[in-house]
Design a protein around this ligand. Structure first.
Ligand code: SF4
Length: 390
């Protein structure tokens, strides 16, 4: 039996709206938004960024997951892995009886026509989708439209004989899915993480070098059989949707400059293409935090979101450039007025810092949260900071 695929929800939006509000809504956040995104109490002032929290893609994915549970109460419902990068939301779905295929490597081979599988907001690889389709189960596809747009661009690059250069994190599910689309129609890809890696690739484009060393260095970040001498002759740039916009622009200029240097201005149009595929939600949250830092006298920043959430990490990067910044996964990380558990920018480990909150005098806290963080966590964090201050 071929799979049945739902891509536009299950007509149960109203039926689950109450549950979603109960699980993720925050009255205090609503009140702060209504009061010009500012909250004053005693010696504490909190300024919220004007764009933060759940994006349109995450909102939709979580909504569809709840609709799925409602529509199929007697069937086993699975997620391929995390639906979004927020531990609180994933745990909530587990508590509703939704299982994770990522918990058990062999589970996908045991799926049958009665099973229901939810695909996450950042999509799955072409191979994973084909594997699920072969099992004949019912699929609920929550892939965000902005991710589909990246796939459309890399497929077009492949059709036109361009190698996709993906500015992204090679371990991130979205980038893995994008890479799989780049290899359709015989295309190739190379993933670059940052401008350091971009410099290496640009050097090779302009001056050549050891082919073997290049293949070795980018083995895990390139298509099987990637040949830099062949595959860097015509390149098209795309981004993981949640990257840092300023870095992506810089990377685009570096590649454009390298291709111009190697092939000349006249041939550039045949050699280099670029589409900005950072999604508007990521862009809006980054812009909002830049404005917040510029316009308000912020003493310290709290950034809330999963440590594996790319867009949250990038918000923390922006903040840390000018303010003491604490990226916390959850309000529980705010342990006491003295101690906070957080992950510093660029680190892979959570640490505990003491003396994060000034013990007396007025304090102005800036707050933002990643696209996969629900408002109730933001509200709970504000309530904790208030209790610590007053
Ligand atoms: S961060 Fe952007 S691409 Fe990802 S789900 Fe949200 S809107 Fe879609």
């Amino acid at each position: 039996m071929p799979s049945l695929i739902f891509r536009k929800g299950l007509d149960l939006k109203n039926a689950v709206a109450g549950m979603l509000a109960e699980n993720y809504h925050s009255a205090i956040v609503d009140r702060i938004k209504a009061e010009d995104f500012t909250y004053r109490t005693g010696r504490l002032t909190v300024h919220l960024a004007r764009e933060f929290g759940f994006c349109y893609g995450v909102d939709r994915a979580v909504d569809y997951a709840y609709q799925t549970r409602e529509r199929f109460p007697d069937r086993t419902v699975y997620l391929t892995g995390e639906i979004i990068h927020n531990p609180h939301v994933n745990e909530k779905l587990r508590s509703m009886g939704i299982r994770f295929l990522s918990d058990d490597a062999g589970s996908i081979d045991r799926l049958g026509a009665d099973d229901v599988v939810i695909l996450p907001a950042f999509g799955v690889t072409v191979a994973q989708l084909q594997q699920l389709e072969r099992r004949g189960c019912t699929l609920i596809d929550t892939t965000c439209g902005s991710v589909l747009n990246v796939w459309k661009n890399v497929r077009r690059y492949a059709e036109n004989g361009f190698t996709s250069i993906i500015h992204g994190k090679v371990w991130h599910e979205e980038t893995q899915a994008t890479a799989s689309h780049a290899t359709l129609y015989g295309g190739s890809y190379l993933v670059v993480l940052d401008n350091r890696e971009t410099s290496l690739v640009c050097d090779y484009i302009m001056r050549g070098g050891s082919r073997e060393a290049f293949v070795d260095r980018f083995e895990k970040a390139s298509a099987p059989g990637f040949d830099p001498d062949r595959d860097l002759q015509r390149i098209g740039l795309a981004n993981q949707t949640t990257m840092l916009m300023s870095e992506s622009l810089e990377i685009g200029e570096m590649f454009c400059g390298a291709m111009r240097d190697r092939y000349g201005e006249a041939d550039l149009v045949n050699r280099y293409q670029a589409f900005d595929t950072i999604c508007s939600a990521t862009q809006d949250r980054q812009d909002a935090v830049v404005v917040l830092l510029k316009e308000k006298p912020i003493d310290l920043m709290i950034v809330i979101g999963g440590y594996n959430s790319s867009n949250t990490c990038n918000l923390a990067r922006i903040c840390a450039a000018s303010r003491p910044t604490f990226h916390i996964a959850d309000p529980d990380c705010l342990m006491s007025p003295q101690e906070v558990r957080h992950r510093p920018v660029g680190s892979k480990q959570e640490i505990t810092t003491t003396g994060w909150l000034p013990p007396s005098g007025n304090v102005v806290v800036g707050l933002t949260s990643g696209a996969s963080t629900p408002d109730n966590l933001v509200g709970a964090a504000i309530a904790k900071i208030e209790a610590f201050c007053n």
